[in-house]
Design a protein around this ligand. Structure first.
Ligand SMILES: O=C(CO)[C@H](O)[C@H](O)COP(=O)(O)O
Length: 216
């Protein structure tokens, strides 16, 4: 299985975002964290910036919405060019409809769960989404410690997806490094978000290559 790497621009220099995303052009996706200071206690970027990033990025965008009311917003992010659009199960009024709205745009739909949310919460959605994101930190900030106690959720999701006859991607986000990536992959992850472990290095291409080797 080839592992997908998605550097999180939360740890990039927002003053030189265009050159930052070109420095991670060897990645499979660029992970874009949208935060609204309601669903999480932090505020980042919104729709116009994501739209422009989608136009200039050499790599497809994996947009992670950490916002309230994804029912209203998620499809708009998909429409402006998010190749993959992730919303939080905990934030959605109608999680099934949000997935359908995203997919109706042609984008990949993904649902995320916070550390306190059990994998079982999204079992009913597995045939309606293309990916589940298991948070391995509390969403809101980069540079936090990896919560390895979240890893059993990956096996549970993989089994539930197989039982439902569907094949989904499983993404992890938070504290992913060359040390923790092998654990996440062994537990069933195939898509790794990495913020500080990529943008914390001067040579971003080398950091991505090192993650790929570690995740093999
Ligand atoms: O969603 C996020 C935080 O809510 C970030 O994508 C994540 O924390 C990445 O940062 P790091 O790899 O440094 O943990």
């Amino acid at each position: 299985m080839s592992i997908r790497i998605a550097p999180s621009i939360l740890s990039a220099d927002f003053g030189r975002l265009e050159s930052e995303i070109f420095e991670v052009a060897s990645a499979d996706f660029i992970h874009v964290d949208v935060m609204d200071n309601h669903f999480v206690p932090n505020l980042t970027i919104g729709l116009p910036v994501v739209e422009r990033l989608a136009q200039i990025s050499p790599v497809p965008l994996d947009v992670h919405l950490m916002i309230a009311d994804p029912d209203r917003w998620a499809a708009k992010y998909a429409e402006v060019g998010a190749a993959s659009c992730t919303y939080h199960f905990e934030a959605a009024n109608n999680p099934l409809q949000v997935a359908r709205d995203i997919r109706s745009t042609g984008s990949r739909a993904a649902v995320a769960i916070k550390p306190g949310t059990p994998a079982e919460a999204v079992f009913d959605l597995l045939t309606e989404v293309d990916m589940v994101l298991v948070m391995t930190v509390e969403p809101g900030f980069g540079g936090q410690e990896f919560m390895r106690e979240m890893l059993p959720k990956l096996g549970a999701l993989r089994k539930a997806a197989a039982d439902a006859g569907t094949d989904i991607w499983l993404e992890v986000d938070g504290g992913i490094s060359v040390e923790t990536a092998p654990e996440a992959v062994a537990a069933g992850a195939d898509t790794l978000v990495a913020g500080s472990s990529v943008f914390g290095h001067l040579d971003r291409a080398a950091a991505i290559a090192n993650l790929r080797v570690a995740a093999r």
